[in-house]
Write a protein that binds this ligand. Structure first.
Ligand code: NIG
Ligand code: FE
Length: 411
C-alpha cells in the first residue's frame, strides 16, 4: 500500500525513551509526503519530490488528498472491561453529590463490582468487544486495560480472562493490568489486611501462574489504599515480574506519586492533586506521569497541572481512563482537545503525549507510537485539514477520514 499526497506525516522519530520538557513540543514532521506499507509494517516514507517510481507500481495507491497521517493513539490507561453503565450516578453528581459521596454510599467502583460479578464471562466479553471496536474506529491503535471491578478471586480472573480474549482477537496490541487493589470489597470493610492478603497470597499467584497480567496497579487514595499498602502490593507484584502502573494523586495529595516512584513504577496516573514535593520527585524520576483530563472534566475536578509538569521536566503521557464512573469515553480525540483547551498543552505536546509517550507507558515504543520504518502500520489519516493544530481546535468534529490497523484499512 502506497499513500501519497500526505500534507504532513506527523511524529517521525525512532527514539526509545519518553520525551520530556521542551522536547515534548518538538514534533518531527515530513511535509508533503508519501508512505509505503508492506504487510503490517511501515516500510518507507519521504517527501513527494523524492518518491521512487518503483513504489508507484508496488500495489494499491491511496491519495491522501492533503490529509495528515499520524501514528494511532496509544491509550495507556483504560478500564474498558466493565459491565453495564452508571448514568444514574452521573445524574446524582449533577444534583450535587461528589464522587467520594457516591463511593461512601456503596456506589462508584462497588456498583460496577456488583454488576460485574452478576455478568457472565461471555456477556462481559461481548460488551467489552463492542467498546473496543468503537475506540479502534476513533483511532486508538494500542491500549492498556485493567481489571479491578471483580475484587474477588473469581471476578478478577474473569476480567483478566476477558482481557486475554480481547488481546487474542483484537488487531492491536493490548497490555493487561491487575488492579485487585481498586477498592476494598464490603465484606472486608472491617478486615483490610484480610483483603490485602487475598490479593498477595491468592490472586497474584494465580494471575501470574496463568500469565494474565503485564502490570500491577493500586488505587492509592484517601479512603482506598495508603502509600504503605501501595508499596507492599506493588513489591509483591514485582516478585512475579509485574511492573507497577498506579492510580495516584487523583482526589487528594495522597503520597501516591512518591510511592510509585519508590517501587520503580512505569507510570503514575491521574495527578489532579499535585504539590511541589510530588512534582519535583516525578521530574527527577524515570516514571511517566499519565494525565487523564476527561476524568477530571467528568468529575468537575481541577485539571492536571500539565504546564507545571512539563516545565518541571516530567515525562507525561495522555490517556482516556475509559471507565463507567469517571470517564465513560475512550475517545482519544476528545482527550487531545481537552488537554489543549483546559490544560494549555500545545497541539504538538498533546500529540507526542498521546502517541509516543503513551506507547512508552505500555513498553510498546518499539512497535507503535511514531512513524518509523519497521513499526506497525497503525495509522490515522485525517480529512484535508490546514494544520495539526486544527485537530484539537475543531473539538467537536470527527476529522478522522480512515484508520489503518496492521496495514489494513479498518474504516
Ligand atoms: O481511574 N480512580 C479510580 N478508578 C477509576 C474510576 C473507577 C470507577 O469509578 O469505576 C479512575 O478514575
Ligand atoms: Fe483509572
Amino acid at each position: 500500500l502506497l499513500i501519497t499526497n500526505i500534507r504532513q506525516l506527523i511524529n517521525t522519530h525512532n527514539e526509545t525513551v519518553p520525551r520530556r520538557g521542551a522536547a515534548l513540543a518538538d514534533l518531527p514532521v515530513t511535509e508533503n509526503a508519501w508512505l509505503l506499507v508492506e504487510g503490517d509494517r511501515i516500510a518507507a516514507f519521504g517527501p513527494m519530490s523524492e518518491l521512487p517510481e518503483a513504489y508507484r507500481k508496488a500495489g494499491a495507491e491511496v491519495d491522501a488528498g492533503g490529509g495528515l497521517v499520524l501514528p494511532s493513539w496509544c491509550d495507556s490507561h483504560t478500564h474498558l472491561v466493565f459491565a453495564g453503565s452508571r448514568e444514574s450516578e452521573f445524574v446524582d453528581k449533577i444534583r450535587g453529590l461528589s464522587y467520594a459521596d457516591i463511593a461512601a454510599r456503596g456506589g462508584g467502583i462497588l456498583n460496577s463490582t456488583r454488576r460485574l460479578n452478576e455478568t457472565s464471562e461471555d456477556e462481559l466479553f461481548r460488551q467489552s468487544w463492542a467498546r473496543l471496536q468503537e475506540v479502534l474506529r476513533l483511532g486508538t491503535g494500542a491500549l492498556e486495560i485493567k481489571s479491578g471491578y471483580g475484587l474477588t478471586v473469581a471476578g478478577e480472573l474473569k476480567m483478566l480472562r476477558v482481557i486475554r480474549r480481547l488481546r487474542g482477537q483484537a488487531p492491536v496490541p493490548i497490555k493487561a493490568t491487575f488492579l485487585g487493589a481498586h477498592s476494598i470489597p464490603p465484606e472486608y470493610k472491617e478486615d483490610r489486611e484480610g483483603y490485602i492478603r487475598l490479593i498477595i497470597d491468592d490472586m497474584l499467584p494465580r494471575i501470574a501462574g496463568e500469565g494474565l497480567a503485564d502490570y500491577i496497579d493500586v488505587f492509592c487514595e484517601e479512603g482506598f489504599y495508603t502509600p504503605e499498602e501501595t508499596v507492599r502490593i506493588c513489591n509483591a507484584g514485582a516478585g512475579y515480574g509485574l511492573k507497577a502502573k498506579i492510580h495516584a494523586n487523583q482526589l487528594a495529595v495522597s503520597g501516591g506519586v512518591q510511592a510509585g516512584i519508590a517501587v520503580g513504577a512505569l507510570s503514575v496516573d491521574h495527578l489532579e492533586s499535585m504539590d511541589d514535593a510530588a512534582l519535583e520527585a516525578l521530574a527527577v524520576s524515570d516514571t511517566i506521569g499519565t494525565l487523564l483530563p476527561t476524568a477530571a472534566y467528568f468529575l468537575r475536578m481541577p485539571f492536571q497541572p500539565a504546564r507545571r509538569l512539563i516545565d518541571a521536566g516530567c515525562a507525561i503521557a495522555l490517556a482516556s481512563d475509559f471507565n463507567p464512573g469517571s470517564s465513560p469515553s475512550g475517545n482519544m480525540n476528545a482527550v487531545l482537545s481537552m488537554s489543549c483547551i483546559a490544560m494549555r498543552m500545545l497541539p504538538e505536546e498533546a500529540v507526542q503525549a498521546a502517541t509516543f509517550n503513551g506507547a512508552c507507558a505500555m513498553d510498546l515504543q518499539h512497535e507503535v507510537g511514531t512513524i518509523a520504518v519497521g513499526k506497525k502500520a497503525n495509522l490515522i489519516l485525517t480529512r484535508p485539514i490546514p494544520s495539526l493544530a486544527y485537530l484539537p481546535y475543531a473539538f467537536g468534529s470527527n476529522l478522522i477520514e480512515r484508520v489503518l490497523v496492521n496495514g489494513e484499512w479498518l474504516t
